[in-house]
Every structure is written in C-alpha cells, then in structure tokens.
Write a protein that binds this ligand. Structure first.
Ligand SMILES: [Cu+2]
Length: 275
C-alpha cells in the first residue's frame, strides 16, 4: 500500500472515530438543523484541506526544484515585482473567503430564523446552578434542581428534564436570573447564551425521539459543571402526559424572573431569617 493510501486510510478512520466519539452525531438528522450544520462543517474542512494540499505542494515543489545545487554559487534571479503572481495571491484568498462567507451567512440566517409559527413555546431560565423550564403553551413549569455530582451512578435520572414533542416546532425564550449561562444541547449542534436583562430566542424542530444530554456552556461560577439536564424528545401523547404530571404536582403557571437570586436573599432577610 502506498504512503498516500495509508494516509487516506488513517484520515478516514480518524474521521469515523470522531463521529463515534461525539465530535459529530452518528445520525445527522436529529433536528431540522443538524444536517445543514454538518454539511457546513464537513464542507469547510474539505475546502481547508484542498487549500492546505495546494499550499504544502507549492512549498515542497519550491524546496525541491529551486534547491541549491552542487558547485552552483550564483545568486538566483532577484525578482522585485511579479504583478500576475501578486494579483493571484490577493484575489484567490478573497474568493475562497467569499465562498466560506456565503455558505456560513446563509446557514446562520437559517439557524437564527425565529419567524415560523411555533407549536410549542418554552422559556428556559438559567440560574446558578440549574435550569427552570416554563412550558408557556401548556402553562406549567419545571423547577430545576442542581445536580449532585457525587461520582455515583444514577445521577442522570435525577437531572432536570426538558421534554420536547417530536416533529413540532419549538420556540425557546432564553433568560438568566443571575449571570451569563449558555443553553447547550450538544446533539442538536447549537448553543445560545442566556444573558441577564436580555432575552434570546431560538426555534428548532427535533425530528428524532430519544434522550439527549444538556449542559451549560458558559463558565458561570463554582458549580458550572453541575448545570446538567436531560432532553427527552417524545411523541405528542407522552409530552401531554408529562405536562399533566407537572400540573398535578401544582407546578402551574411560570417561574418569573422576579425570583432572582438577589430577591430571594432580600425576601429571607425581610422575614428575619438568616442566610
Ligand atoms: Cu451556567
């Protein structure tokens, strides 16, 4: 087997390993957005590799062809200006960056578009150190309790769990009670900050049922690593059953932003309690 073929095998097996390790999900169609994101990701790498191969090739070619030969002590031709070459290495990178820019801008416009009529509206509130989920359409909420990461098994089942109905458009309103957090579902290949005093929005349509992991992707304090949650993409009837379950627990309405950390402290002080 030639060296080139060996390198190709190494490269390709490296890629599939990456997919298994979670660099990319093994099935691209987890939401209406993931296929498009992966196409952009892979396309960018292929383009970068093509540019890289041309650049490495030109370097090696110069080193080999214009090397100093035995007994040759003359200076090489000293070129001061080479207009066609200079035009080329100005225009070619501009075109390359323009192509990357076009595809990136198109995909960003698609991913950040929130103009569709949503089936479900959910407010996610980041807080030190968990998440509250307000299911606005169903008028129930789920107060997130911080995960206790003891290293023992079974923690995953205790995490706050966000339910989403499959094949329905979800409109997220993303808020924070205290500092900047970032709402991240790695399998969905998208994250969005939750910023105090500013509401971010995001729309997505999950297309495959399953349980996914969620995390905070913005270092937000001592227990940042505990801001874990589950995402369950389920059929409509299971989603409705969960909404009913929350209502039965008395979690009706929404947990407003007035429950900020500062106000909780004030509240306990007013009532004569020590922290
Ligand atoms: Cu956080």
């Amino acid at each position: 087997m030639g060296a080139g073929a060996a390198a190709a095998v190494l490269l390709l097996s490296g890629c599939s390993q990456g997919i298994e390790n979670g660099a990319l999900p093994s099935t691209p169609e987890i939401t209406n957005q993931t296929g498009r994101i992966i196409t952009l990701w892979n396309g960018s790498w292929i383009a970068a590799l093509v540019v890289g191969v041309i650049t490495w090739g030109l370097i090696l070619w110069c080193v080999a062809v214009y090397r100093k030969r035995k007994g040759d002590n003359k200076l090489p031709v000293q070129t001061r200006v080479h207009l066609p070459l200079e035009l080329m290495y100005t225009i070619v990178p501009i075109i390359a960056i323009g192509v990357l820019f076009k595809y990136t801008a198109e995909d960003i416009a698609f991913l950040t578009d929130t103009s569709a009529e949503p089936d479900v509206e959910i407010q996610v509130v980041g807080k030190q150190w968990s998440w509250d989920f307000n299911y606005l359409t169903d008028d129930v909420f789920d107060p997130g309790v911080q995960a206790q990461l003891t290293g023992e098994e079974g923690v995953e089942e205790t995490l706050p769990t966000l339910y989403l109905p499959v094949n329905e458009t979800v409109h997220f309103y993303l808020d924070s009670r205290d500092v900047i957090h970032s709402f991240w579902i790695p399998a969905f290949l998208y994250k969005e900050d939750t910023v105090p005093g500013r509401q971010n929005e995001w729309q997505v349509t999950p297309t495959q049922t399953g349980t996914y992991q969620g995390k905070c992707a913005e270092l937000c304090g001592e227990y940042h690593a505990s801001m874990l949650f589950n995402v369950k993409v389920v059929e409509r009837d299971e989603y409705d059953a969960h909404m009913q379950e929350l209502a039965d627990k008395g979690y009706e309405g929404a947990l407003g932003l007035e429950y900020s950390r500062d106000q909780v402290v004030e509240f306990t002080m007013e009532h004569g309690e020590t922290e």
